[in-house]
Design a protein around this ligand. Structure first.
Ligand code: GRF
Length: 197
């Protein structure tokens, strides 16, 4: 059984996709044991609580210094010794110490086809605004292992999504979530949980 710790910052639709896939059986041998958010108001925490899953908020706002936040965040994760850490709409840079302690055991979902529209400053709607501004006809999502960079680790899965005439950033984001993100993240977890990664 792969024990998952999921990190979130927002609405938690990617977390919900994981939970639904586990319930539905398309993800085998995995269980979400803890959800951690940097944002107390993240609806993702409510999604976890409804399922009786440990839901923690560890926010930089609660610490005088960034280093204190990082120490608390790393301690909370390491205490739980997850098999896999999943960044699902998590907008905080993972401390290098945690990346060192969990080599190839942290994955992230990014809403573009890396190496396009990724790296510092590319998150949430900004990714889709950039794709529309560039005029790409195809975008998509990527699941990759997390290394010390921003969206730079080894790519595990990608899925293409068509950009359609008249798309707004919001419409495109929703299509990328529905057609790519919510499929890829559960698929990646199932691969890792069942020795196919
Ligand atoms: C989505 O745009 C996702 O691509 C990005 O974070 C945003 C919110 O995700 N990773 P969620 O609904 O909180 O899972």
């Amino acid at each position: 059984m792969l024990r998952l710790l999921v990190c979130v910052s927002g609405g938690g639709t990617n977390l919900q996709a994981i939970l639904d896939a586990i319930d539905g059986g398309t993800v085998a041998n995995a269980r979400v044991e803890t959800v951690i958010s940097n944002n107390a108001g993240a609806y993702a925490l409510e999604r976890a609580r409804r399922r009786g899953i440990e839901a923690l908020c560890i926010s930089p706002k609660d610490y005088a210094a960034r280093a204190d936040f990082e120490t608390a965040f790393c301690a909370a994760v390491e205490e739980r010794s997850p098999d896999l850490i999943v960044l699902a709409g998590f907008l905080v840079k993972v401390p290098d110490r945690l990346i060192a302690d969990f080599p190839r055991r942290i994955i992230n979902i990014h809403p573009s086809l890396i190496p396009s529209f990724c790296g510092v400053g590319y998150y949430g709607l900004k990714v889709h605004e950039a794709a529309l501004a560039r005029g790409v006809k195809i975008t998509g999502a990527t699941v990759h292992y997390v290394d010390g960079g921003m969206d730079t680790g080894p790519i595990l899965l990608q899925k293409a999504v068509e950009v359609k005439p008249g798309d707004t950033p919001e419409i495109l984001q929703r299509r990328v979530m529905e057609e790519a993100e919510w499929k890829l993240l559960p698929q990646a977890i199932d691969m890792i949980a069942n020795g196919r990664a």
